[in-house]
Design a protein around this ligand. Structure first.
Ligand code: AGP
Length: 610
């Protein structure tokens, strides 16, 4: 949630901060702001809404218009509101009397700190938790007259998970930083300039060397130098610098209308990358595991949120069916507080596109603390989860920018399918015959993710009809049940229409009471899995006037609308083909409604608060 950038150097600082914020905008876009400093004087710009509003404001002033602004130090932020409404007053950077701060994450004890600071005369103008940081810093600076000591004293009082950048007139030309539970990276280039950001995308193309900070690392960036500290002690050797990719090309839209569309179309090729080197002849190979890692494992526990949870749920069917291992799936925000009974013979698998989802990180930490072997299935290397888990399996999906997750889901399911076969082989529960036929099916999967333009056009046409009504049920059985949950989530998050995924066989236990001509049902009717059973459930809905869109390789005359998918031997091929239909369908409905598909309201790409 939220995005942070910082820069010290001689280039056009407004452009650098704005470009960086644009890269991070998908993480939160309620408001944005920058503060820059030149010769000890501050300039501040803030705007509600998207970065383009901020850009307009910045280029209204003559200095910025004529490019005569000589500021050399600056910080910026794009916000997803947690405390206080999305207003300019609540937008970062927050000003004290002579310092500015930007912050990602949450300061849990901000109320106590605020009361304390009000008592010593500090005036608050925002409703945010962030503002306490800047007042606390100035309170300590006024006492200690040393900005490093004041920054250390400030962070020693903060509880929660955060990354922070602070600039102050008391010591201009420096940026103070801390990372604790929320990502932060510092990058540099041959010119000796420093760039700071909460993820690597704003740094690509500007810098060539980067360090992803570990929790608890704070420091100061100067022109031409950076110092790192841990618990007030200078750290040098433990800071690992690595090369940054130089091309931004993969993060562009490539002529598609939205990143979501581009990412939906990419799925067929990215799952080839996901499988690359992991399927050799008739074996699944995960070099990520040591040979005895899975020894003595007698169960699997998966935890995740949102789309990643749906992937986990799909995986649970595959694990039990293919590797015959008991598998449980938990929504991470529930798991972490239910005081679960954990056995160290259980393999814990966290699933996360970003690797930064607060609830999933906590679930992972809990499992690790309880002595379970931990694996994270993740798309972002060097993310918080990859640093906690014993083993990381990367999705290799490439940067996913659309807030509505698409290619992360298909690659997650692919990894889980492969893992179910790998585990089955390791614990000797899968026959060679089944392993062989599943691997054959896996190899054929990419072609089922290639988008048939006729189906895309049909989704475009159907989106007109399915705009109205009282809401949607997406129904399916077996793995098509988690797929129905995912279809409903996609539609909800970008079209803002109420939709619910449901097991097809459960409808008659209550929800069927909602069926009438204003209820839309999207029925997932695979040929290869429980077709007749699902068909009966759909007929029950048709008998009660629900408008039905059937997605199936078998034509179903009773349905109001029908999307024909390919015939296949394997139900997982049908799964992936139907997934694409659901993604295209929800995208076309959202486009027809005029919604911002890539940045839907109220959401953020990475949910780093619980
Ligand atoms: C998916 O479309 C959502 N934006 C959301 O549910 C997401 O999957 C969830 O927040 C989990 O994120 P993660 O995979 O990065 O952990």
């Amino acid at each position: 949630m939220c995005g942070i950038v910082g820069y010290i150097g001689k280039k056009d600082i407004n452009k650098i901060l704005l470009d960086g914020l644009k890269e991070l905008e998908y993480r939160g876009y309620d408001s944005a702001g920058i503060a820059t400093m030149s010769d000890g004087e501050f300039k501040e710009y803030k705007a509600v809404g998207k970065i383009k509003n901020l850009e307009k404001k910045i280029y209204q002033t003559s200095e910025t218009k004529n490019n005569t602004d000589k500021s050399s130090t600056g910080i910026g932020h794009t916000r997803w509101a947690t405390h206080g409404k999305p207003t300019e007053l609540n937008a970062h950077p927050h000003l004290g009397d002579y310092s500015y701060v930007v912050h990602n994450g949450i300061i849990e004890n901000y109320k106590e700190l605020k009361d304390e600071l009000i008592q010593v005369g500090k005036k608050f103008v925002s409703q945010t938790d962030t503002e306490v940081i800047v007042h606390l810093f100035e309170y300590y600076f006024d006492k200690l007259n040393d900005s490093k000591k004041a920054f250390d004293a400030t962070i020693s009082r903060l509880q929660g998970a955060y990354s922070i950048l602070l600039i102050t007139q008391a010591q201009p030309d420096k940026i103070y930083f801390i990372k604790l539970g929320s990502p932060l990276a510092i990058a540099t280039c041959s010119d000796g300039e420093y760039y700071i950001a909460s993820s690597q995308s704003p740094l690509i193309g500007l810098a060539n060397s980067v360090t992803y900070l570990e929790d608890g690392i704070s420091g100061v960036v100067y022109e031409n130098k950076v110092e790192f500290f841990e618990k007030n002690k200078r750290v040098t050797n433990d800071i690992k610098w690595q090369d940054l990719p130089i091309s931004k090309l993969s993060a562009q839209k490539d002529g598609f209308r939205f990143f979501m569309e581009k990412e939906t179309y990419e799925q067929s090729s990215v799952i080839v990358d996901t499988m690359m080197g992991r399927i050799k002849d008739d074996e699944i190979v995960f070099d990520e595991f040591d040979s005895d890692f899975l020894k003595n494992i007698d169960g699997v526990l998966i935890s995740a949120c949102g789309t990643s949870y749906h992937a986990g749920l799909t995986g649970s069917y595959l694990f039990e069916r293919l590797s015959k291992i008991r598998t449980q799936v938990e929504v991470a925000s529930e798991f972490r507080y239910k005081q679960p009974l954990l056995s160290n013979k259980t393999l814990f698998i966290a699933i996360s596109q970003s690797g930064e989802t607060a609830d999933t990180i906590e679930a992972l930490k809990m499992a690790k603390k309880a002595g379970l072997k931990t694996v994270v299935v993740c798309n972002v290397d060097n993310s918080s989860m990859t640093r906690v888990a014993d083993v990381t399996i990367l999705l290799r999906a490439g940067i996913e920018k659309g807030v509505a997750s698409t290619k992360a889901f298909s690659t997650q399911v692919t990894v889980l399918w492969m893992l179910s076969l790998y585990i089955g082989k390791q614990i000797k529960t899968i026959s060679n015959k089944l392993l062989k036929s599943e691997i054959k099916a896996l190899r054929e999967t990419p072609k089922y993710l290639i988008i048939d333009e006729n189906i895309h056009q049909k989704c475009q046409r159907l989106s007109k009809r399915y705009l109205h009504g009282d809401g949607f049920f997406f129904i399916g059985r077996d793995v098509f049940y988690p797929l129905s949950l995912e279809g409903a989530l996609k539609l909800k998050e970008i079209s803002y229409i109420h939709a619910q995924g449901y097991p097809a066989g459960e409808m008659k236990h209550g929800p069927i009471a909602l069926a009438d001509e204003k209820l839309f049902t999207i029925a997932l009717m695979p040929k290869g899995l429980l077709y007749e059973k699902t068909k009966s459930n759909v007929q029950e809905l048709i008998a009660r006037d629900s408008v039905v869109l059937s997605i199936s390789p078998i034509s179903f005359k009773l349905a109001d609308d029908f999307i024909k998918t390919k015939d296949s031997e394997h139900y997982m091929h049908e799964f992936f083909e139907m997934l694409v239909v659901l993604q295209l369908f929800s995208m076309e409905v959202a486009i027809r409604l005029g919604n911002d598909v890539d940045m839907p309201r109220n959401l953020a790409k990475s949910v780093t608060v619980e």
